[in-house]
Write a protein that binds this ligand. Structure first.
Ligand SMILES: [Zn+2]
Length: 316
């Protein structure tokens, strides 16, 4: 288990090196334009969420810029105190792990404590809000028979295709854009990986074709789209492990090891702003999930205005 964690961490670090190279290849002006858009989108989202809490309606104290040596990075725009919540982020796309499908909310991954839902009863939502938000894409999902696709994921031990499937359902019904993940760094794929993705794509596409989905709705669903989405999910997806009532970082560190041992991940999710943070063994920020897939980025220590924010690798 420990070896697997070390291997995953090294893999992530290599991916981060590639991340820097990829970003250097982006035209600076084009990047800044896109980043400006996403920062303002995030600020709007945060402000909207804090409407019921006027004391926290200010935008996040960060900016995203390109750096000379580390590609894209997140910087503090003012002094941030240790323990301060820097910002929260909702996922662009999320999905429970195959083993958690019936024990967590099908949208926000909130755990159903002391409640057992059988496979036959299908998926559940934790609230009317989650059910409402999922209504449209879940209607599309229910129209198709996913057994072959799901079986393939199970036998191959794949978790990321579930995110691609959900995004495809969201795009099909118009609640997400087909280009939603384009700004994120793609992984470099080997021919073997592409071959496997093409097999998954065939299963995904035929599930849609047999469902009541029009050609127009499926126009985006090409092999190129699928491979591009999975290439981005591979590098940017977070494994969601709920910390429950733990707020202290040392508690989180020790619980993280226990969670890894217990395979306690409830699912995976892809975010925009949290994907822009660089990573370091000596982080000044960390990302945690308390009760659902809403990511919370907190300061680990006092951070001066203008400083580069780096997050821990441990909970990724
Ligand atoms: Zn929920």
């Amino acid at each position: 288990m420990l070896l697997a964690v070390v291997r995953e961490t090294c893999d992530k670090m290599f991916q981060l090196v590639r991340y820097g190279r990829w970003l250097k290849n982006l035209k600076k002006s084009q990047s800044n334009l896109l980043l400006g858009f996403y920062i303002s989108s995030t600020t709007t989202t945060t402000a909207a969420r804090n409407e019921s809490n006027p004391s926290r309606s200010s935008p996040p104290p960060i900016r995203v810029s390109l750096t000379e040596s580390a590609g894209r990075g997140v910087f503090a725009t003012r002094a941030i105190g240790a323990g301060e919540l820097i910002h929260t982020a909702k996922p662009i796309v999320s999905h429970p792990s195959l083993s958690s499908t019936t024990s967590v909310c099908y949208l926000c991954l909130k755990s159903f404590r002391n409640r057992i839902t059988s496979e036959a009863q299908g998926v559940s939502f934790c609230s009317q809000e989650c059910e409402e938000q999922s209504k449209v894409f879940y209607e599309v999902e229910k129209q198709a028979d996913w057994s072959a696709y799901r079986e393939y994921c199970c036998t191959q031990g794949l978790k990321y295709p579930l995110l691609a499937k959900r995004l495809a359902c969201m795009v099909t019904c118009g609640v997400a854009n087909a280009e939603s993940l384009d700004i994120l760094q793609p992984a470099i794929l080997s021919p073997e990986m592409i071959l496997q993705m093409e097999k998954e794509f065939t299963l995904l596409r035929s599930a849609f074709e047999e469902a009541n989905v029009t050609d127009e709705q499926m126009a985006f669903l090409t092999k190129q789209w699928y491979v591009g989405v999975l290439a981005r999910i591979r590098i940017n997806a977070f494994r969601i492990e709920l910390a429950g009532g733990l707020y202290d970082y040392q508690d989180l560190l020790s619980s993280a090891a226990a969670l890894v041992e217990a395979e306690a991940a409830v699912g995976n999710a892809v975010y925009m702003l949290p994907s822009f943070y660089n990573h370091d063994c000596d982080p000044n920020a960390h990302i945690v999930w308390i009760e659902n897939s809403d990511a919370r980025v907190k300061a680990l220590r006092d951070i001066e205005a203008g400083l580069f924010l780096v997050a821990s690798l441990i909970l990724f």
